[in-house]
Design a protein around this ligand. Structure first.
Ligand code: FUB
Ligand code: ZN
Length: 643
């Protein structure tokens, strides 16, 4: 049976299997609201921006065979040759959306975009508007040209339209484009790879969607060729594009973060489809190294602006965090694949942390502003450069993140639950319904929850079949205490297993109630993370909190706030934010404002100012909601007050 989700491993290749997208519905609640915002505001905004940026115009020009490649020029005069991928990511989002429900306006916009994409394709299948309009030779700049990357995104859009709507129009275009790539650099042809991985995972998905084995072979070929220095060193070294060592042996993540994440998604996809345990183990090793040494508290990745790269182990400065939204999206995509491959809930934990705290901050609460970088500390006046603005922007010259957010939200439901031969696994807590088939019998359940604001989750079985099956529910890694009841009877929870598993013959009307205790907690960094040493962060449930200038009394600089760890944070509201966003109040000390650090910001130890601050109450808000009021300073890590 074809599984209609964004990632659909072939039967028997992974430990867990996705549930058909039509069986997963977020309705109301936190995610229902976000899905609606994505559909009603963000995606339409995206279409207007694809017009304004010239991304769609490039296809029209290429179809006409005249005009120049427009757009993507930033303040530094850089041209981005991959604007085609903005259109493809947007189309992918729309494909999934139209599969969820009709929308005449969205459908019309997408139909026109598909027409111009198809019209731009050349007689032999080649498609890349930058190359076609700039007169560059095809496939001569595999380092930076992004030709394979763009076709990867085209393939993923095509898969979405085929799976969600049964519409093969884009697939026909994508298959011709892949055919061209295969003829040029398939097995036994020119030994080449693309500078930005992406096509590998797309090819595996296209193989799953079409059954054409050649796509899997091409994906494996690209994975196996990596690490042989085929791309040269470029200006940033071969680690930048993960071409320094084979993905089969590389122990640690390296270079440009999005490239590493997308590569490892392809590596896992190839590994599971070909039963290549060694390749899977290698991806798992890199994941462990990344999660333990390169990940911000928010789940974000990347501490180097220069090459958008991982830093050294534990190099996680909050102010210089690059933390690109796409890097977090890539990490969540990889976590999902590893969850399917291994069945280990730690990957669903990682997915949750990253999604709420590193992906969601990329989007404004009104759905039409985007962050590219996501620092954990914004000083004094927000930086106004387009690299690290303190306010979300309507679009970027390099607009990889906005449409990536759109397709991520449009496929969010796919990641809520899975099945295996034993039963159903619930990984994310969402109000809505799940319908699946277990041993040929239809199973349906309703989920009620106000997560992530409250820890209560109630599952009501609506139909269940006659055989026993196991309902497995992730116990989040942050959880310390929980209560569970089935049909009113208490159930013992084994916290060490990562999941609550209840196996029985379920009947319609059975209800499982779970109460995840969700007190706010203070979190300390490992001492190796120097840049956050001496600080604490505030978390509650899956959410990381931050302190924003907008919530401080007039005249209190954010830099002077020190958090008291013996405070008892309690739920509250924040002025100027939607009422459903729960803030936390807690105790802090306001350090007397130090005299200006002139002419030398250091002092002998016995002369340093040590005056104890005044104790007061401060209000912290979920980090994902920052920068939705007046732009201003913000901190996730707060210095700890010493008594
Ligand atoms: O190169 C394509 C995208 O642009 C990358 O994934 C992002 O990091 C940005 O550089
Ligand atoms: Zn991006």
């Amino acid at each position: 049976m074809t599984i209609m989700t964004t990632v659909s491993p072939s039967p028997g290749t992974t430990r867990l299997r996705p549930i058909d997208a039509s069986g997963l519905r977020a309705e109301g609640g936190f995610w229902g609201d976000r899905l609606r915002l994505n559909r009603d505001a963000t995606i339409p905004h995206g279409l207007a921006q694809l017009e304004a940026s010239g991304a769609l115009g490039n296809f029209r020009n290429a179809a006409r065979g005249s005009g120049r490649y427009v757009g993507g020029i930033d303040d530094a005069g850089l041209t981005f040759p991959f604007l085609d991928s903005d259109v493809y990511k947007w189309l992918e989002a729309v494909g999934w959306e139209l599969g969820r429900a009709d929308d005449a306006k969205l459908a019309a916009g997408a139909a026109e975009a598909i027409d111009v994409v198809a019209a731009a394709q050349q007689y032999d299948g080649y498609l890349n508007t930058f190359v076609q309009l700039s007169g560059h030779e095809r496939y001569t700049d595999l380092q930076w040209g992004h030709e394979l990357y763009c076709i990867g995104h085209l393939l993923q859009a095509a898969v979405a339209w085929q799976r969600a709507l049964g519409d093969e129009t884009l697939m026909a275009v994508a298959e011709r484009a892949v055919g061209h790539i295969e003829a040029e650099m398939g097995e036994g042809r020119r030994e080449a790879i693309g500078g930005h991985p992406e096509i590998e995972m797309a090819l595996v998905e296209a193989y799953r969607a079409t059954g054409r084995e050649a796509y899997l072979v091409l994906a494996r070929t690209f994975v196996e060729r990596r690490g042989r220095g085929l791309l040269g060193v470029g200006r940033l070294g071969s680690r930048y594009w993960q071409d320094h060592e084979s993905p089969r042996t590389a122990q640690t993540p390296a270079g440009h973060v999005v490239r590493q994440m997308y590569l490892d998604c392809g590596v896992v996809d190839v590994a599971v489809e070909t039963g290549d345990r060694e390749l899977l183990e290698a991806a798992l090793r890199r994941w462990d190294a990344m999660w333990s040494r390169h990940t911000y508290l928010t789940g974000a990745l990347g501490s180097r602006h220069r090459d958008e790269a991982f830093g050294d182990p534990y190099e996680l400065p909050p102010d210089r965090a690059y933390a690109e939204t796409c890097a977090a999206i890539g990490s969540s995509m990889l976590a999902w694949r590893l969850l399917l491959a291994t069945g280990e809930e730690r990957f669903a934990d990682a997915f949750e942390r990253t999604l709420y705290n590193a992906v969601l901050p990329g989007l404004s609460l009104d759905g039409s502003g985007f962050f590219y970088t996501n620092p954990l500390l914004m000083r004094e006046d927000p930086v106004t450069s387009s690299v690290a603005p303190g306010a979300r922007q309507p679009w970027y010259p390099c607009a990889c993140c906005p449409p990536n957010l759109m397709r991520t939200t449009s496929t969010f439901e796919h990641h809520v639950a899975t099945v295996d031969d034993a039963g159903i696994q619930l990984h994310q807590f969402v109000a809505g319904t799940i319908s699946a088939e277990l041993a040929g019998a239809p199973v349906r359940m309703r989920l009620e929850t106000d997560y992530p604001w409250q820890g209560g989750v109630a599952l009501t079985i609506e139909s269940a079949g006659e055989r026993p099956w196991a309902l497995s529910i992730r116990l989040p890694a942050w959880l310390r205490s929980a209560d569970a009841r089935v049909a009113g009877e208490p159930v013992t929870i084994d916290h060490s297993s990562g999941a609550l598993v209840v196996e029985r013959v379920w009947s319609a009307g059975d209800r499982l109630e779970l109460e995840l205790e969700m007190p706010a907690r203070f979190t300390l960094p490992h001492p190796s993370i120097d840049a956050a040493r001496g600080c604490a962060a505030l978390e509650r449930g899956p959410l990381v909190y931050c302190l924003e200038q907008a919530d401080l009394a007039e005249g209190t600089p954010l830099d002077d706030v020190e958090i008291e760890l013996d405070g008892q944070p309690s739920l509250s509201a924040a002025d100027g934010l939607p009422a459903d966003i729960q803030a936390l109040t807690t105790r802090a000390r306001i350090r007397p404002h130090a005299s200006p650090p002139d002419p030398w910001p250091y002092a002998p130890a016995d002369e340093a100012e040590t005056t104890e601050g005044e104790s007061t109450t401060i209000t912290a808000i979920p980090y994902f909601a920052w920068a939705n009021r007046a732009p201003g300073p913000m901190r996730v890590w707060l210095p700890v007050a010493h008594r």
